[in-house]
Write a protein that binds this ligand. Structure first.
Ligand SMILES: Cc1cc2nc3c(=O)[nH]c(=O)nc-3n(C[C@H](O)[C@H](O)[C@H](O)COP(=O)(O)O)c2cc1C
Length: 199
């Protein structure tokens, strides 16, 4: 394959993967079907290639699998129960116990703060890393989605994932094999979101 043919096929591949990428939710997962750890490692290897200002590489991942999923379920339900106060809802508590058990792996997504750059840049860098996870999962035919539900915004949750007060828990990436494909979703027209300035 010459240089330009190779480039054409790479462009096709990336365009297809990006257009095909969709969230697959836990209710769509095939229960008990486990993704090999080597694939999870590749998702995170690719996440680690994300752009980031001042090379702070702020993303941090805690991967739960096997009995670790039960540990996550118990710990997150306990944190919610202890700290939800008047917002406590039994349904939410139950779903914190159940959701990890429906997944092959759950990756807790953390942002490690470096004081010399704006926080927004570090949050953005972590989001770029998560998009690499999404795209790599799509390429492998694996389902998953980024969730900022559950205990994401609970200060008390940070220490479970080796995060300190200035760091952020940015949610969870729930992974599994899709039993049910995701609904087709076509985004709104990009033309409405672009302003060209040519002169
Ligand atoms: C920062 C972020 C947080 C999200 N949090 C949740 C969530 O808590 N629960 C959920 O069901 N989906 C969550 N999602 C996934 C969105 O629901 C999903 O991306 C959206 O419906 C568009 O669908 P698509 O990913 O299939 O294109 C989140 C996505 C992003 C980017």
């Amino acid at each position: 394959m010459n240089g330009s043919m190779e480039q054409t096929s790479q462009v096709q591949v990336i365009n297809e993967i990006i257009e095909k990428r969709r969230s697959t939710f836990t209710s769509q997962f095939e229960p008990g079907k486990v993704i090999p750890d080597e694939i999870i490692y590749q998702l995170l290897f690719n996440a680690n290639q994300a752009p980031n200002h001042k090379l702070t590489e702020p993303w941090r991942f805690t991967v739960f699998s096997g009995n670790g999923l039960q540990k996550l379920a118990d710990q997150q339900a306990a944190i919610y129960k202890a700290h939800a106060g008047t917002k406590f809802k039994q349904g939410r508590y139950d779903s914190l116990l159940i959701t990890p058990m429906l997944c092959s792996h759950v990756i807790a997504i953390g942002m490690k703060r470096h004081a010399d750059i704006p926080e927004m840049e570090e949050i953005a860098a972590v989001a770029c890393a998560v998009q690499n996870i999404y795209l790599t999962a799509t390429a492998y035919g694996i389902g998953g989605y980024w969730s900022t539900g559950g205990i994401t915004f609970y200060e008390q949750a940070k220490s479970l994932f080796n995060l300190e007060a200035d760091d952020k828990l940015m949610g969870f990436f729930n992974l599994g094999y899709a039993r049910v494909p995701s609904a087709v979703r076509t985004p709104g027209a990009v033309e409405e979101k672009i302003m060209w300035v040519r002169e």
